[in-house]
Ligand binder design. Structure first.
Ligand SMILES: [Zn+2]
Length: 121
């Protein structure tokens, strides 16, 4: 709810924060890992951390101002994604999947319309 609301409005609602902060605290509870050290960059497969802790750190990282403003909802599959394009104009979660499906369906519709125009002429 927090991230979908942020994607729709471009800002995170503080009323939606307690739930995710509690979930992140639960995910980090019991974790004895250090993150952010130069020799151990977050996400390095050579220094894995617990899944729940990694999920909490990633969720919290999405709350940064510049990231919240770039949260989008894919119009094809409705997944959330972070638009990291230079001009912030990405439409699809993944061009190779949702973008191509939309292009293919648009192409199919245009071809059908053209065929119908030829038949009706
Ligand atoms: Zn998609």
């Amino acid at each position: 709810r927090l991230f979908r609301g942020a994607a729709s409005k471009g800002a995170a609602a503080t009323t939606d924060l307690p739930g995710i902060l509690r979930a992140c605290a639960d995910g980090l509870a019991g974790s004895r890992t250090e993150i952010g050290a130069p020799a151990r960059p977050f996400g390095d497969p050579l220094t894995p951390i617990a899944f729940e802790a990694a999920l909490a750190v990633l969720a919290l990282s999405l709350l940064r101002d510049h990231t919240v403003a770039r949260l989008r909802i894919c119009p094809n599959c409705t997944w959330l994604f972070v638009d990291r394009s230079r001009n912030s104009s990405r439409l699809w979660c993944d061009m190779a999947v949702c973008g191509n499906r939309q292009k293919a369906s648009r192409h199919y519709r245009r071809r059908r319309m053209a065929e119908n125009e030829v038949r009706n002429a």
